[in-house]
Structures are given as structure tokens and as C-alpha cells.
Ligand binder design. Structure first.
Ligand SMILES: [Zn+2]
Length: 133
């Protein structure tokens, strides 16, 4: 009985991780193809002198986009690695489970909502529970 329960739970968990790994892989592929499109635009031949300003602007926007995209790809790779280690869905900061709602919205996140907010506020050197006191 308990053996069967264990087996069915393991099956449910692997279906879950399979679901997230597909989701993450699809998102990564989407970002990579978007990056390729943007690089094609940037390297698409000579630009007349009078058209250079908008191109520079486009390059600036692209560089910004590329940085964000690379950051996201790194986050997705890290999430895939956590999946393979069976640590997916655990906050890297406080080691509490990340809510399923949050994982559905941002499957590549490595932090629970509280830690993410704490990091975003530039308090990464101090754990947020310490500040609550
Ligand atoms: Zn956390």
C-alpha cells in the first residue's frame, strides 16, 4: 500500500518536472530565436550616413534587450539544472518551497516572492527574516 503510494507520488513528481522542463526549454528556444532575429537586423549590411542615428538607437535597445535575454537564459539554465538535481521549486535564499502559483507565472525563478522582493530592494546582503525583527 505505502509502496504503491510512493510510486504514484514519484510518478506525479516526474510528470511535474517534465512539465516544467518542457516549459523552460520552450521559453529558452523562444528567447534564442528572438536574439537571432535581432542580430540579423543589426548585421544587415551598410547603412547610409543619414540613417545612422535610428540605427544607433536600435543597437542601444538591442543591447539592452540582449542583456535581459542572456540574464533570462542563464536563469532558465539554472532552473533546468535544479530540475535535474530534484531541487526545483525550492528558494535558493531561504530554502522554503516556492509557491506553485509563482512557479506557473515565472517557471525560471530561483526565489520565493519574499526573497525576490528583498533582493530587488538591494538587501541581498541581509536575509529578510533578520530585518523583520
Ligand atoms: Zn525565499
Amino acid at each position: 500500500m505505502s509502496y504503491l503510494q510512493d510510486v504514484s507520488r514519484a510518478a506525479a513528481e516526474s510528470a511535474e518536472s517534465e512539465h516544467y522542463s518542457k516549459l523552460l526549454a520552450a521559453e529558452k528556444a523562444r528567447i534564442e530565436s528572438e536574439l537571432r532575429c535581432r542580430l540579423d537586423v543589426l548585421h544587415s549590411g551598410q547603412v547610409p550616413m543619414e540613417d545612422q542615428a535610428p540605427v544607433l538607437h536600435e543597437q542601444f535597445v538591442s543591447i539592452r534587450f540582449n542583456n535581459l535575454a542572456y540574464e533570462k537564459i542563464k536563469a532558465i539554465d539554472a532552473a533546468l539544472e535544479r530540475l535535474s538535481r530534484g531541487e526545483y521549486g525550492i528558494c535558493e535564499e531561504c530554502e522554503e518551497p516556492i509557491s506553485e502559483k509563482r512557479l506557473k507565472a515565472i517557471p525560471w525563478t530561483g526565489y520565493c516572492l519574499q526573497c525576490q522582493e528583498s533582493l530587488a530592494n538591494g538587501n541581498s546582503s541581509q536575509p529578510f527574516h533578520a530585518q523583520a525583527a
